[in-house]
Design a protein around this ligand. Structure first.
Ligand code: SS9
Ligand code: ZN
Length: 343
């Protein structure tokens, strides 16, 4: 399969994130994408292409215009105040507050985020923008007949919602691609999120809609980030009722446990009969991931690729998390090579 990739991701490199009460070096770092790209080359997965530029409009099909504008202008406003460190939000509206968008940059950072987990530097917007273009180009090739494509996006996207960033995510690459597929004529798209963390942003974006089915397998929100969503009883709302599926699993879950949830998610997806499948491909389910608690090993990702191939659907893989940097390339590309071998 073909891989879509832009070097622009390197412009996003922040110094620190808040973890266990300390500022620590960011787990989400440029070498993550480099390792995956190296492995794509090493395994001769297929061609590697730079994305075309599809502009801002497809981003605003899933994100609010105000939020996208905020992201675009945020660093400039910050730098104008003479600030040099990474941008981080400090305050959020508590319960029972009807939040009005404040005017100053600090207030707006809180208004457009759900946590302090998405630091921004001078190049974050450009990196996120081109990451979304990577997903859009990979999507366009699926719409034109590619059986499978790999969008090597960085930063990841699945925690970004309609009008907020968080958890290393700014623009929801998978959701932007799903919407673009619908806009080019698809009637039904399924998103399977296999990242260790619940894809709260993707869930939020499609929660009230029947045209995108969302299924996510992740650490139980009772003990894992993003802490407040991902329960099994979140099934969708209104017209979207019955089109959202969450599989929260306990810490320590291995392939045996994990693959049972996968089997169920695959039955649900097959029953939905989508034209295209989007896989939010996070490999932070790996046993040595520094911020996660599942126990998949590198060979399990081969089985995951084979299982997904059995659905027989045009498939867009979108890179999400994975923080065991040494193994991220092997793990992510194992899914793709095993998928290709069965198609
Ligand atoms: C765990 C901190 C979690 C955010 C993780 C975001 C993952 C995106 N100690 N911090 S895939
Ligand atoms: Zn994750």
């Amino acid at each position: 399969m073909r891989t879509f990739y832009s070097d622009t991701h390197r412009l996003h490199h922040c110094n620190a994130e808040l973890n266990e009460g300390q500022l620590m070096p960011c787990f989400e770092m440029p070498s993550r994408a480099d390792m995956v790209l190296d492995r794509v080359k090493h395994t001769k997965l297929g061609q590697i292409l730079e994305p075309d530029d599809f502009g801002l409009a497809p981003l605003m099909r899933v994100h609010s215009e105000q939020y996208v504008k905020f992201l675009e202008q945020a660093w400039g406003r910050w730098a104008e105040l003479g600030r040099e460190h990474d941008m981080l939000p400090l305050a959020w509206p508590p319960r029972r507050t009807v939040a009005r968008c404040p005017e100053d940059i600090d207030g707006q950072l809180g208004f457009y985020s759900f946590d302090a987990g998405a630091p921004m530097n001078a190049g974050t917007w450009q990196a996120a923008y081109h990451g979304a273009q990577v997903a859009l180009f990979a999507q366009a090739c699926i719409a034109k007949g590619d059986k499978a494509t790999f969008a090597l996006c960085r930063p990841p996207g699945h925690h970004a919602g309609i009008d907020y960033m968080g958890g290393y995510c700014y623009l929801n690459n998978a959701a932007i691609a799903a919407q673009a597929l619908l806009d080019s004529g698809a009637g039904r798209v399924a998103v399977l999120d296999v990242d260790f963390h619940h894809g709260n942003g993707t869930q939020d974006i499609f929660y009230q809609r029947p045209d995108v089915l969302f299924a996510s397998i992740h650490g139980d929100p009772r003990n894992e980030y993003p802490c407040f969503t991902g329960y099994a009883d979140e099934r969708g709302e209104g017209a979207g009722q019955g089109f959202n599926f969450n599989y929260p699993l306990p810490p320590g879950s291995d392939w045996l446990t994990w693959s049972r949830a996968l089997g169920d998610a695959m039955r649900v997806i097959a029953g939905y009969q989508p034209e295209t499948l989007i896989v939010s491909l996070g490999v932070d389910t790996f046993k040595d991931d520094p911020i996660s608690s599942f126990k998949l090993d590198s060979d399990d990702y081969l089985r995951l690729g084979e299982q997904i191939a059995l659905l027989g659907l045009p498939t867009l893989f979108v890179m999400e998390g994975g923080y065991a940097v040494e193994e991220i390339g092997i793990n992510a590309v194992n899914v793709l090579t095993a998928f290709d071998a069965l198609r």
